[in-house]
Design a protein around this ligand. Structure first.
Ligand code: B3K
Ligand code: ZN
Length: 873
């Protein structure tokens, strides 16, 4: 496979203005007729050939302006169909046959259970019909779907239904019209035996919109939260961005087999059932919040993605980064804002930093790729969102909103670039964003080394900052980034934020400085007392910031910082310092000693009753093993696990009664609601319980057992089950697992949780469990949710996946090899942990590399090929 380069972009030779499709559905032989209204692109010369993409299509007929083409008038190529001589403007008719039931890649038209559904982004439409499958070809669509009345009573596509009727032989049809020009990646079709839940929404200009969520009958009781979330998102987008919905109908469909979370097809969003269905007894608080976030995300795409889309796939972050930023702020507005930020940043610093430091590191706007399906990454999505967040902070919300309005009005109905977006922000704010554009082109995480000094004699504080972005594949040298650093100087005497005066200008007590050079000194004057700096508040830029804080400084910031995020981060830094010592002790075989400062800091936290409970729960959570590993030059999985366990147990022993009290204070008996206050209490309670169970405190174990049996809601049940299964009390864990597994055998989403809980346990039998569970009737390699729940979860199990006998790696490679044939998109995601082999000790390096090499022996899909080549380069 050959890479495609951004610099080779040219507009298409021909565009399609209107597309008429007719699907005659059949699992093994669906017929697709396409009539394309084609015209030469005004910027391209006459006489160029027409090239259409097509994969796995059996061509049955082809005609131009009603005249069938002779064999010498078109050519079928490896990637599609080519017509050497085409008129300036014409109708192209084709008919192809495809086999949805054989489609295990879940791209194009496929079957999930008994229903037909589609996934076209990024390049799935070429598996449906011959078409210029690129986002800069935008057409209106008219789609007729023909199916069997008994098997497919419901026939859906984009837009509005305009005609329906019965046909001979028990068949019927519905015709849909979508008046908004769209690229084919936003096309969707769903057909099956589905039921709907319906609601209404009145838009800000008073239009009535019908909202429908389509599900299999047994899931009818699980749509309330998604529907409520959708309505909140619609209102929020009107109030916050002035964006109104633009069709009379908005549909969501839940399907069980889906590669990603969901897809924003115009007017017909298709969702992984895991991203839409909830019920207090089947979904955890985290799942409720995830559903809210994804429903909002897909809805927001209606403007940021659909009305204004991407010129080419290099611009993917144009729609994804902006839309993630929009959904993050929506969730922050709806729930606890500080906790949302803590969760997002925690995840980002663990997973995106690792991506940025690994062999698949790429800029937020890549300049080449082999398979675009590999670029739906944390960098494109989450780092892209961090860039948009920096933009919002740089220009201020009002200018940002003006820039956003300008962007939507100027480019409505067009396919554009990241420059177009940033230019609107520059225009609306009058700011120069040239250097800022480097965030899109440079891969890697900038590191800042900061040093500070208080000059007692002059009451000045000097802050010296030095930035450096490490080399990444293909980018050895980096230029300095424009890094906005929000900061405060917290007075060590007063415990308050001091006034910030820089170059004679006042920045208030919480200001932003701009690091643009490789090295820059900032001198704050009139600083009345010696401060501890609180840097990069709210994670004001996606960077690693090192400052030589003492443990006393961190303990001080943890209680006094006015920024909630940095209070939390100070605690994390303090814990990391203690963990560092313990990791070293473990490696050197020296006795481990707990840092009393961490114990005291926790004791203080546990006393605070006034604090936001959700934030408190976060503050009581130790950095994850994956995040600790991120901080180490070379990852020692066993030492990290042992050190973290030691800290957890030391805290539990020292503060046992406090944890018990916090648990008891937060047991509520109100009926379950996925509301911030309740969620906070549950997470605080379950964190406290996790400490008690970590030392196998009898009272704690008994509380966990009772919490499991009380069966109040899935959040509490799953938390208790996880604690029991991850403890060494198998006499309690085994019956609990059995009860749970039997009770929920009929519910695939709950069984996913049952799988994950078991295979993430630290006990040494986790791998054997994976193998055993792969034969469980509820498991299937062709269902991505199952693969993620069992294999994906196991690959996150640090101690067991990285077993020294290499069995964990072998198991993952075996699955990757099978999935490479069945579902390349999932296979290439699943292989990620192996690609990080350079981070481990020599023995593990060899073992991991060996598995990558074994995979390379196979006949690889472009997806897996690209990742393996990078990993072994
Ligand atoms: N835009 C989709 C991505 C699906 C692509 C899968 N190859 C989901 C989202 O970001 O909303
Ligand atoms: Zn998206």
């Amino acid at each position: 496979p050959q890479p495609i380069h951004l610099s080779d972009y040219r507009p298409p030779a021909y565009r399609v203005t209107h597309t008429e499709l007719t699907f005659d559905l059949d699992p093994s032989a669906t017929r697709v007729k396409a009539r394309l209204h084609v015209e030469r692109h005004p910027e391209r010369e006459a006489g160029e050939p027409l090239e259409l993409d097509g994969e796995q299509l059996a061509l049955k007929a082809i005609a131009i302006d009603g005249q069938p083409l002779g064999d010498d008038e078109y050519a079928l190529t490896e990637s599609g169909l080519r017509i050497e001589r085409a008129p300036e403007r014409f109708l192209l008719d084709t008919e192809v046959e495809i086999a949805p039931e054989a489609n295990t890649a879940l791209e194009g038209l496929y079957q999930s259970g008994g229903m037909f559904c589609t996934q076209c982004e990024a390049e799935g439409f070429r598996r449906i019909t011959f078409y210029p499958d690129r986002p800069d070809v935008m057409a209106t669509f008219s789609t007729t779907v023909i199916g069997r009345l008994d098997r497919e009573p419901v026939l859906l596509s984009n837009g509005n239904p305009v005609e329906r009727g019965e046909l001979p032989n028990g068949r019927h049809f519905v015709t849909w019209e979508d008046p908004h020009p769209k690229p084919c990646y936003l096309f969707a079709l769903v057909a099956g035996d589905l039921e709907k839940v319906e609601d209404r929404f009145t838009t800000m200009s008073g239009r009535e919109v019908t909202l429908q969520i389509w599900v299999e009958e047994e899931n009818l009781g699980k749509t309330d939260h998604a529907m409520a979330s959708l309505k909140r998102a619609m209102r929020w987008d009107e109030e916050t961005y002035g964006r109104e919905y633009d069709l009379d109908l908005f549909m969501i469909v839940a399907v069980n087999d889906f590669n990603m979370g969901a897809m924003e097809n115009k007017g017909l969003n298709i969702f992984n059932s895991a991203a839409v269905l909830t019920h207090p007894h089947t979904a955890t608080d985290a799942a409720f919040q995830r559903v809210e976030g994804i429903v909002a995300h897909e809805y927001f795409h209606n403007w940021s993605g659909n009305r204004v889309t991407c010129r080419d796939w290099f611009q993917l972050s144009l729609k994804e980064g902006f839309t993630v930023f929009r959904d993050q702020t929506f969730s922050a507005d709806t729930n606890s804002a500080p906790v949302k930020r803590i969760e997002d940043v925690s995840f980002f610093r663990t997973a995106q930093f690792a991506e940025d430091a690994g062999p698949t590191a790429h800029p937020v706007r890549p300049d080449h790729y082999i398979e675009i399906g590999n670029f739906y990454t944390l960098t494109i999505y989450e780092k892209g969102a961090e860039i948009v967040r920096m933009l919002r902070n740089l220009v201020g919300w009002e200018a940002f909103r003006r820039g956003s309005d300008l962007y939507f009005s100027r480019f409505d109905g067009q396919a554009v670039t990241i420059e177009d977006f940033v230019a609107c922000m520059a225009e609306a704010s009058g700011q120069d964003l040239d250097q800022f554009m480097r965030w899109y082109s440079q891969a890697g995480t900038p590191e800042i080394d900061a040093h500070g000094e208080y000059d007692y004699a002059n009451g000045a504080y000097r802050l010296l900052l030095r930035q450096r972005t490490p080399a990444t594949p293909g980018q050895p040298d980096k230029a300095p980034q424009h890094i906005p650093i929000r900061l405060g100087l917290v007075g060590t005497k007063s415990g308050r934020d001091l006034r910030l005066t820089l170059d004679g200008e006042s920045l208030g007590t919480d200001g932003v400085i701009h690091l643009r050079e490789e090295e820059q000194e900032f001198v704050f004057t009139d600083v009345e007392e010696a401060p501890v700096p609180s840097l990069a508040r709210g994670f004001s830029a996606p960077v690693k910031l090192n400052f030589p804080y003492s443990r006393e400084d961190l303990a001080f910031l943890q209680t006094h910082d006015s920024d909630g995020f940095n209070r939390w981060d100070a605690g994390q830094r303090l814990a990391l310092l203690a963990l560092d010592d313990l990791i070293a002790a473990h490696r050197n075989g020296v006795e481990k000693v707990m840092d009393p400062r961490v114990v005291e800091a926790f004791r203080e936290l546990l006393k605070r009753e006034t604090d936001d409970k959700a934030v408190l729960a976060e503050m009581l959570t130790l950095p994850s093993e994956a995040y600790i590993a991120e901080q180490q030059p070379l990852v020692d999985v066993d030492a990290i696990h042992a050190a973290r366990q030691f800290v957890k147990q030391s805290l539990a022993m020292a503060l046992r009664d406090d944890f018990l009290r916090v648990y008891q204070e937060n047991v509520g008996d109100a009926p379950y609601a996925p509301e911030p206050e309740q969620i906070a209490a549950r997470s605080l309670k379950n964190v406290a319980l996790s400490y008690l169970v970590s030392i196998e405190d009898e009272e704690g174990i008994e509380l966990a057992r009772r919490q499991f049996e009380a069966d109040h809601n899935m959040t509490d049940v799953r938390a208790a089950l996880t604690l029991l299964v991850h403890s060494s009390r198998d006499e309690l864990a085994d019956p609990a697992l059995r009860t749970f597994g039997e009770k929920w055998a009929h519910d695939p989403l709950v069984m996913d949780q049952w799988f994950s809980v078991q295979v993430s346990r630290p006990q040494s039998d986790a791998l054997e469990r994976v193998k055993f569970l792969m034969d469980h009737p509820a498991f299937s390699l062709t269902n991505p949710n199952k693969v993620r729940a069992l294999i994906g979860a196991f690959a996150q199990n640090r101690v067991n996946f990285h077993r020294l006998d290499g069995e964990g790696y072998r198991l993952l490679a075996d699955v990757v090899i099978e999935l490479n044939r069945l579902n390349p998109e999932i296979a290439s995601r699943l292989v990620t942990p192996l690609t990080r082999w350079r981070r481990f000790d020599e023995t593990r390096q060899e073992l991991m590399k060996g598995e990558l090499e074994r995979i390379r022996e196979e006949k690889l899909s472009p997806n897996v090929y690209e990742v393996i080549e990078k990993a072994l380069a």
